[in-house]
Design a protein around this ligand. Structure first.
Ligand SMILES: [Zn+2]
Ligand SMILES: [Zn+2]
Ligand SMILES: [Zn+2]
Length: 438
């Protein structure tokens, strides 16, 4: 007897890691059930029997993979749980499946999430300790020599951690679409946050009004994301695939759908997706995840419908459309003005940026000062001083495409930095792939 077996048009790899033994607290929205219903839905859909869909086991990331991206205080191993190492390793496994051409596309459906984790890490913010996508991106750069990478953050919250990590990197285009920070955590993600002095215009934020629906997201894709990608020409497109824009999500105020997510991914055509947020564990995630997988695999998505789907509720007002249109125009301007924006730093040797980083899970703030050292030949090294509750940090960071002169200066700074017992002094050298601490 010949059994009918559906085939995916594109070879697609899936890494599923629900982290059953880890949660912030049993009633916390970011908990293991988030992926249990999704798993059931994928089995019910028969995805395990679809030809060209492959399931991979996650691996553990190495501390070196974390230290390539973050400056953790006191250390990555002290802050992270095994689940964080597996979540991160799951994304790396998904990336390797694509880079080694085992599959054409892959989706790391893993938790805990990561996009609120910034370069310096003193604790847990927005349910994130380390930045899963950023660690994956720098792993790809290190092991496969890929230069230009675009990360599109489709989570409902601003991807402030990813923005922070790549803020001064002109090889990483970061576009985040999210609910306006005036109405939701983390309160950032405005159009004027457009990139550091060596990468102005490469950080693009699209803050959307509450109740933005399919129409609004379609506009963002057509008017901002796709044209900019067309011009930037990345070698790799990553979707930071949060699904909390869904209309049933309990902690956000948007009006997006499973069909909308499927279409967005069909149009974006990302090489790799990494799950971020999404807290409607029964009503949305099983359907949004399924829609994304089918879209990536080049399969029919027309039947993907969440319970209670009613197209009438997704019509946007004309005012809302024109508001979103204005935001889209401003976002596109940022990218188009990137050469002009760069001119304002001409003749400067250093640019200083200060911020306060709030760790919402335990409720403390860290003041941070970053000095960008500008260079005509490379993005330049940066120096960061952060004041934690118990321990301070003094870091010297050499980016992936740093020139030799700047690398030497950074190392020199590290060696000469004053030794204080309450300060962790580190050198993060992405060229030599070395992380030194003192
Ligand atoms: Zn986002
Ligand atoms: Zn989110
Ligand atoms: Zn340089």
């Amino acid at each position: 007897m010949i059994k009918y077996m559906p085939t995916a048009a594109r070879k697609t790899g899936l890494v599923l890691f629900p982290a059953f033994d880890w949660c912030i607290s049993p009633s916390h929205p970011e908990r293991e059930e988030r992926l249990l219903y999704t798993k059931d839905q994928l089995i019910e859909e028969g995805l395990e029997d679809v030809e060209n869909i492959y399931f991979y086991n996650p691996e553990m990331a190495l501390e070196q993979d974390i230290d390539r991206v973050h400056l953790c205080v006191p250390s990555a191993a002290r802050l992270m749980t095994a689940s964080h190492f597996i979540s991160t390793g799951g994304a790396i496994r998904a990336a390797r499946a694509v880079m080694d051409k085992e599959v054409e596309r892959s989706f790391a459906i893993v938790r805990p999430p990561g996009h609120h984790a910034m370069q310096t890490v003193f604790g847990d913010r927005g349910f994130c300790i380390v930045n899963v996508e950023a660690i994956m991106v720098e792993y790809i750069r290190r092991h496969y020599g890929i230069g230009k990478i675009a990360i599109i953050d489709t989570d409902c919250h601003h991807g402030d951690g990813t923005q922070d990590i790549f803020y001064n990197d002109p090889d990483t285009l970061f576009i985040s679409m999210h609910q306006d920070g005036r109405t939701i955590f983390p309160g950032s993600g405005f159009v004027h946050e457009s990139g550091g002095p060596s990468a102005p215009g490469y950080n693009i934020n699209i803050p959307l009004p509450q109740q933005t629906s399919e129409e609004g997201f379609d506009m963002v894709m057509e008017r901002v994301v796709l044209p900019i990608l067309d011009e930037f020409k990345p070698e790799l497109v990553i979707n930071s695939a949060g699904q909390d824009n869904h209309y049933s999500d309990p902690i956000t105020n948007m009006n997006f759908t499973a069909q909308g997510y499927a279409r967005l991914n069909k149009n974006l055509n990302p090489d790799i997706c990494v799950l971020e947020g999404g807290y409607a564990i029964e009503g949305a995630l099983p359907y949004t995840n399924l829609g994304i997988i089918l879209a990536m695999a080049g399969m029919d998505t027309s039947h993907v419908r969440e319970p209670g789907y009613d197209p009438a509720r997704f019509i946007q007002s004309r005012d809302m459309n024109s508001y979103i249109e204005t935001i889209c125009n401003q976002a596109v301007e940022v990218f188009h003005n990137r050469h002009k924006l760069k001119k304002q730093y001409e003749g400067q040797q250093t640019v200083v940026a200060r911020k306060r980083i709030f760790y919402d899970t335990t409720g403390f703030q860290v003041g941070e000062t970053r000095v960008y050292n500008l260079c005509p030949d490379c993005p330049g090294y940066s120096e960061v001083v952060a004041e934690g509750l118990h321990q301070h940090l003094h870091g010297f960071c050499i980016p992936f495409s740093c020139c030799r002169k700047c690398s030497i200066k950074a190392r020199d700074g590290f060696v000469r930095a004053p030794r204080e017992s309450d300060t962790l002094t580190v050198l993060q050298d992405r060229v030599e792939d070395i992380f030194e601490r003192r």
